[in-house]
Design a protein around this ligand. Structure first.
Ligand SMILES: Cc1cc2nc3c(=O)[nH]c(=O)nc-3n(C[C@H](O)[C@H](O)[C@H](O)COP(=O)(O)OP(=O)(O)OC[C@H]3O[C@@H](n4cnc5c(N)ncnc54)[C@H](O)[C@@H]3O)c2cc1C
Length: 459
């Protein structure tokens, strides 16, 4: 508990945005994150209006030996946007996006969500790779890597970063790019929130003025092994314009699904074709669907923004969640059987197992070119328990944990930092061969480990 009342009053006097303490109005809303399993109480919550407030918060935390947690979209499943004790920097008021369409770049404030970046970019017929749920924070997503429907075509969100401005542990605003502070620029692209509070991201944008061919095709669970095998073959030769994620879930009550399957386990192939020639896109995607007869199909031309929001409702804030994750160069036979078995035993209505297709442009970079080490990985699987009642905690966590362990055979051993369900313990598998270089950079910019509420690189 922080007791220096005068120092807190001095901090409040410096800030342009609010400073919240336990019991004050707004405090509980600000500390609540996406995952309702996380219930942490920061000693102070600073809600910066601009960079000077961020500097003041960081200086205060350093001078009083308090950890700093940075909250952008609050989506981190391990809860790394919020701390127990310490200073939480809640960037909710810093969500501005400024698109320079002529230069093809977006300057994005540190607290922006994907919806802010996508919306501002789409107004100019432009886009950059993000994730698949629009309320995810650009901050956590891009600092950990960041992949969604466009990553196979244009690389990770982190690969599209041109520069970043951040407030480092000494309270200074620093610019990092290929020319300026290149080691820090390297570390920020995959090294998570370990190096400071990013106040501005500058992204490369790409033309995307046309609709994408997008939506799910849904199969019976009994057909899942055959369809997943076909999916695996398809992914091995799919063009970069195609990205298909496979989701094993309880069927939502969608109009194109027969009522009898609503609420029962199914396999959904979420497809995105971002090329311009839909006839060609339909021809390519048809190759996915010759292993079994689908029970429903929702693929249609849609604006990219609609695709970006398609899954939002399924992943709203406020449920209890626990994830475990594995990555694969190739999806082994055994994993296909294990996945189908896990889907037959989903522990709660909203739980699912999501297979993200990677590869393509993500692999144009070498594993050591940025801090994100998982190049060459074709699939990342997330066993996602999602439930409502605390009485179900142990059962649901056990399903996801055991499921992740059962999927370890044939996996790469690496874990995507943004999908790790535990607050600590996966640092080596998250940063892989880049861990030691990340430690070198950490020793230079944050030797006292002020930024340790994350998959922490201990200096
Ligand atoms: C529903 C859902 C869907 C998702 N979909 C995808 C997906 O499609 N693709 C994908 O790659 N990932 C996805 N993720 C994972 C997501 O990338 C991580 O949860 C990520 O950590 C979220 O970032 P955030 O800013 O929302 O989270 P927060 O909890 O606010 O922050 C997460 C971490 O990032 C750090 N951080 C955030 N902003 C800053 C900043 N400005 N400066 C410094 N540090 C910062 C924080 O300190 C913290 O350690 C998804 C997560 C959820 C819950």
């Amino acid at each position: 508990m922080m007791r220096n009342e005068q120092a807190i009053r001095n901090l409040a006097a410096k800030l342009h945005g609010p400073l919240l303490q336990p019991g004050e109005p707004g405090y509980d809303d600000a500390r609540a994150v996406w995952n309702a399993m996380i219930d942490r109480r920061p000693a102070l919550i600073v809600q910066p209006q601009h960079v000077a407030d961020v500097c003041a918060a960081v200086n205060f935390a350093r001078e009083h030996d308090q950890a700093v947690a940075v909250r952008a979209g609050a989506h981190n499943v391990a809860g790394s946007g919020v701390c127990d004790g310490g200073v939480m920097v809640d960037l909710a008021a810093m969500r501005g996006v400024d698109v320079d369409a002529d230069a093809g770049i977006a300057r994005v404030q540190g607290g922006a969500q994907l919806t802010d970046l996508d919306g501002a970019s789409a107004a100019h017929g432009l886009a950059t790779p993000g994730g698949v749920v629009s309320s995810t924070g650009v901050g956590g997503l891009a600092l950990g890597g960041g992949f969604g429907w466009l990553a196979r075509k244009h690389g990770l969100a982190a690969d599209n970063l041109l520069s970043l401005d951040l407030v480092t542990a000494d309270g200074e605003l620093v610019h990092a790019s290929g020319d300026e502070n290149p080691d820090l620029f390297w570390a920020l692209r995959g090294g998570g929130g370990n190096f400071g509070v990013v106040t501005r991201f500058t992204f490369q944008l790409h033309p995307l003025g046309h609709d994408v061919l997008f939506g799910p095709t849904v199969y019976r669970l009994e057909d899942a092994p055959a369809v997943l095998r076909r999916y695996r073959e398809f992914c091995a030769q799919a063009p970069r314009e195609c990205c298909v994620w496979a989701d094993l879930l309880n069927a939502p009550p969608l109009p194109y699904l027969p009522e009898r399957v609503h609420g029962t386990p199914v396999l959904s192939l979420m497809q995105c074709y971002s090329g311009t020639d839909w006839k060609e896109g339909r021809r390519i995607l048809a190759g996915l669907h010759n292993a079994a007869d689908p029970i429903g199909d929702g693929v249609a031309p849609r604006p990219y923004l609609e695709a970006q929001q398609f899954l939002d409702q399924a992943y709203e804030h406020g449920a209890r969640n626990y994830w475990s994750t594995q990555s694969y160069v190739e999806l082994p036979e055994q994993a296909i059987d294990t996945l189908t078995g896990l889907a037959a035993a989903l522990p709660a209505a909203e739980s699912d197992i999501l297979i993200s297709q990677l590869g393509g442009a993500i692999d144009d970079m070498a594993p050591e070119a940025t801090a994100y080490p998982h190049r060459g990985i074709r699939f990342t699987v997330t066993v996602g328990a999602r439930w409502r009642e605390s009485a179900d905690d142990a059962r649901c966590v056990a399903w996801a944990r055991d499921g992740g362990a059962a999927l370890a055979a044939g996996a790469s051993g690496g874990r995507y930092v943004n999908f790790v369900g535990e607050a600590s313990g996966s640092e080596r598998s998250a940063y892989g061969l880049n861990f030691e270089r990340l430690q070198d950079v950490k020793r230079q910019v944050d030797p006292s480990n002020l930024f340790r509420v994350n998959q922490n690189v201990v200096p």
